[in-house]
Write a protein of this length. Structure first.
Length: 131
């Protein structure tokens, strides 16, 4: 019984820590803000299909970001440490633009998929028949 109570308390804390009202527009706006703060250039941001994962909605966004390595890492760090939302990077690659001649002078391109999550509520509540 103590273990069940402890799990219930953890679940309540987790569900209260995750936004229930987060929208894709909020995540796109956060990307725009972090772009300006970290001096990178977001070349594209493409929202992907939202998925239901048990009690979470996953909102993935594919981004192409250009900048110096330090700016790209600051962009990711600032985005991932946003206290208002739970986020993760599911794929990432960083490469130089163009040919190998003069590579050190050219910026890097980061290709990544970033997912934000919102609390979708208890499945039992959502799937229960309405009376």
């Amino acid at each position: 019984k103590d273990k069940v109570t402890a799990l219930e308390n953890q679940y309540k804390k987790f569900s209260s820590d995750i936004s229930q009202s987060l929208q894709m527009a909020d995540v796109l706006k956060a990307i725009d803000i972090k772009e300006k703060e970290t001096e990178v250039s977001v070349k594209s941001k493409e929202p992907k299909k939202m998925e239901r994962l048990q009690f979470l909605d996953e909102m993935p966004i594919h981004v192409l970001v250009e900048g110096r390595y330090s700016n790209l890492t600051n962009f990711l760090f600032n985005l991932m440490n946003d206290r208002d939302r739970l986020q993760r990077i599911s794929s990432i690659s960083i490469r130089r633009m163009g040919s190998s001649k003069g590579a050190a002078a050219r910026p890097l391109i980061m290709d990544a998929t970033i997912s934000a999550y919102r609390y979708a509520g208890d499945l039992a509540e959502k799937e229960a028949p309405k009376k």
